[in-house]
Design a protein around this ligand. Structure first.
Ligand code: SAH
Ligand code: DHB
Ligand code: MG
Length: 225
């Protein structure tokens, strides 16, 4: 993993923007607190990024969302809030403990009827989605172990359709994309996934750098051609 280094002014501006514009509901605040109480890592997306996910789901008209990496369900709740009432979100999580906390949080946020949590390593549970014909997914959020980002991107295309929107979190990783020695476990996966974003003829993509409470990072946005 990598150590995130935030500058105080980045965090202050993020708080200002969150308070002035984002207006995160109490359900989401409770989800973050529940993760802290359960001793889970505080690595959920920031509120401004969560709201972006919600708005992208809504703007794209998505009815089926796939998430890889649930944690306590923070990004899950944001995206589910962007779905219509009959929308569906499948989220993949390796750890039962995380899935249990997330289940409580999505239910408490009133979006539980839209959300299914698949427990297990995502590379084991994603093939089942194909076998069950659960797709095509209109929107995919990739946010689990960065080592497997290239495989997750392949699955996103495979389970998607032309027009599917793909968001991949943590693609700058404190600059480790230029200096993989900073994180020899995760940087190679991030770099390969970015190469695929730029070179795979099935994808049309861009990347945005971010700073804030989670340090220096970024997310990639791709649309399946
Ligand atoms: N999307 C969440 C944060 C996810 S953190 C949010 O923003 O709120 C990454 C999560 O991926 C962790 O809960 C971790 O347990 C899970 N994870 C790690 N490796 C995984 C794998 N191989 N398959 C499925 N989930 C995995
Ligand atoms: C970390 C941050 C993330 O956004 C994530 O998805 C996984 C890990 C981290 O800071 O280690
Ligand atoms: Mg992330």
């Amino acid at each position: 993993m990598i150590e995130h280094k935030s500058r105080p002014e980045w965090v202050a501006v993020e708080e200002f923007l969150s308070d002035a514009v984002v207006h995160q509901g109490t359900d989401l605040q409770r989800a973050v607190q529940s993760a802290a109480d359960a001793g889970m890592p505080a690595i959920e997306v920031t509120p401004n990024a969560g709201k972006l996910l919600k708005l992208l789901v809504r703007a794209s008209g998505a009815k089926r969302v796939l998430e890889i990496g649930t944690l306590a369900g923070f990004s899950t709740i944001w995206m589910a809030q962007g779905l219509p009432d009959d929308g569906r979100l499948v989220t993949c999580e390796y750890l039962t403990k995380h899935a249990d906390v997330a289940r409580k949080n999505v239910d408490a946020a009133g979006v539980g009827h839209k959300v299914e949590i698949r427990i297990g390593a995502a590379l084991d549970t994603l093939p089942a989605l194909e076998d069950e014909d659960a797709g095509p997914f209109d929107f995919v959020f990739i946010d689990a172990d960065k080592e497997n980002d290239p495989q997750y991107l392949q699955w996103a295309v495979r389970l998607g359709r032309p027009g599917t929107t793909i968001v991949m979190d943590n693609v700058v990783w404190e600059g480790a994309v230029l200096d993989p020695a900073l994180d020899e476990v995760n940087a190679p996966g991030i770099i390969s996934a970015l190469k695929m974003m730029g070179e795979d003829s099935r994808l049309d993509a861009t990347v945005i750098q971010t700073v804030g409470s989670k340090g220096w990072d970024g997310f990639a946005l791709a649309v399946v051609r």
